[in-house]
Design a protein around this ligand. Structure first.
Ligand code: NAD
Length: 435
């Protein structure tokens, strides 16, 4: 792909946007068709994916533009029902690219499998014995998934924890560290834990109860950084009240972040904004967004107090700097990633060749989205930008169709009253015959 900057993309009719994408990312007509209803997920395929299927549920798929991640241009597929998110991420990516874009890095794709061992006669001696058998246990876990092994993955380590105090008393927890390469990895890890259980029981004299992956994937982290040049932060409004200097915006963003760094009530909303961007890409690529959500929030609370996942500050030249680090257990193989036609096309659109590249893009989108929210909150407030998009949804909910949607929405925004009862009144006046 030559560039993810496509000026005027939002002004194009939907069909032309698809043509532009095909050209920019080399997607075939069949791949493009996967983005359209009903081809995205045919009924018979849905029927194979879940139980009691009766159909599919559509959500908008949009494209995050302007992303430069580790020097590569990326068009980002985003599936989300909430207005403003895709525009916000794209705008912040545009600012970030003036500072070199996003720099992303990831740790090894290591997941943690947990085995809970109950009724252990001597916890300390059992844990020492487990370490004595470490190599043998890892070899056994390694044999579980020859495909994963072939790609360089497999069992990496064992950790034994003694839980001294719980509602049922003390027990042992064994962590199996497993490199899952380009998969999310739940199945390989769960299978490996189940395979190890009988041997663990022999060694410890206890009874293995739970054997399951942990979603607190804190060994599989993705980190993105960006620098926004001070001059890009300046907002030239219509008047002095709606204008902000670069310094004001930078310091406003940093002060907003500081709030989330110390207060869980604010941090929950701050991180929700990050997840607006993260989840949209996770869903578009057929990955398990509940797993990502669980990991993100557990990681945000790792100090014992729930806090911001991102950090904002300034560099020596006064530019705004941002960093986001979070667990990112996503795959480009396995689960729905290669089954769902639209997820396959979405992966191709992004050009991510490894799970690590995908993770780096996702965390960059999360950082962009975080900045979009902080910048708006620190300046004009979130509602002004959000309202015109929200107004369209309210207009549709009130029954507006076609041209009426824009007309009703525009009037509500002018009146600063975006409510369904007002939308119904406006609609009745504009189009009495239809009501
Ligand atoms: P999977 O088992 O469908 O595919 C992964 C497998 O693909 C690997 O085990 C390996 O055998 C093979 N593979 C081929 N090429 C590979 C490569 N380059 N790198 C790595 N593996 C390669 O999928 P999965 O990733 O094990 O599991 C994901 C699914 O598990 C998701 O649908 C998720 O919702 C579900 N799940 C999640 C949890 C949880 O989060 N707690 C628990 C259970 C299941």
């Amino acid at each position: 792909m030559t560039t993810s900057r496509i000026p005027g993309f939002y002004n194009l009719p939907l069909e032309e946007r698809l043509d532009t994408l095909a050209e920019a990312a080399g997607l075939t007509q069949e791949e493009l068709a996967a983005f359209r209803t009903p081809n995205g997920l045919p009924d018979d395929q849905a029927d194979h994916m879940v139980e009691n299927a009766v159909g599919t549920f559509g959500l908008p798929l949009g494209i995050g533009l302007n992303f430069l991640v580790n020097g590569s241009e990326v068009l980002v597929p985003m599936v989300i029902e909430e207005p403003s998110v895709i525009a916000g991420a794209s705008f912040m990516a545009k600012l970030a690219r003036t500072g070199g874009g996003f720099h992303a890095e990831t740790s090894a794709p290591e997941m943690i499998g947990q085995m809970q061992v109950l009724d252990v006669p001597d916890l300390m001696s059992a844990s020492l014995k487990l370490y004595d058998h470490r190599d043998e246990l890892l070899a056994e876990a390694d044999a579980v998934d020859p495909v994963l092994k072939k790609f360089g993955g497999g069992a990496r380590d064992l950790e034994v924890r003694i839980i001294e105090d719980s509602p049922i008393g003390a027990f042992l927890v064994v962590h199996l560290i497993y490199d899952v390469r380009d998969a999310m990895g739940a199945n390989a890890v769960n299978t490996a834990c189940e395979r190890l259980a009988p041997r663990l029981e022999q060694i410890t004299g206890g009874r293995v109860h739970l054997k399951i992956l942990s979603n607190l994937a804190d060994r599989r982290l993705a980190k993105a950084r960006c620098t926004i040049p001070l001059k890009e932060l300046k907002i030239a409004g219509r008047d002095i009240i709606s204008s902000y200097t670069g310094e004001q915006v930078r310091d406003g963003v940093i002060a907003a972040w500081a709030f989330a760094a110390v207060d869980p009530y604010r941090a929950a909303t701050h991180n929700k904004g990050i997840m607006n961007g993260v989840d949209a890409v996770v869903i578009a690529t057929g990955n398990d967004w509940r797993a990502i959500e669980a990991g993100a929030h557990a990681y945000a609370a790792r100090s014992g107090r729930y806090a911001s996942l991102s950090t904002w500050g300034r560099d020596a030249d006064g530019n705004l700097t941002g960093e986001l680090e979070m667990p990112m257990a996503v795959g480009i193989v396995g689960g729905a990633t290669r089954v769902h036609p639209a997820a396959k096309a979405a992966l191709k659109l992004m050009g991510a060749k490894t799970a690590s590249e995908l993770a780096g893009i996702i965390v960059s989108v999360g950082l962009a989205q975080n900045l979009a929210a902080l910048r708006a909150l620190a300046t004009e407030g979130i509602q002004r930008g959000h309202m015109s998009l929200h107004a369209r949804q309210v207009a549709i909910a009130a029954g507006a169709t076609g041209d009426m949607i824009e007309k009703v929405a525009a009037q509500m925004v002018t009146e600063k009253t975006v409510r369904i009862d007002r939308a119904e009144e406006i609609l009745k006046k504009l189009n009495p015959s239809e009501r």
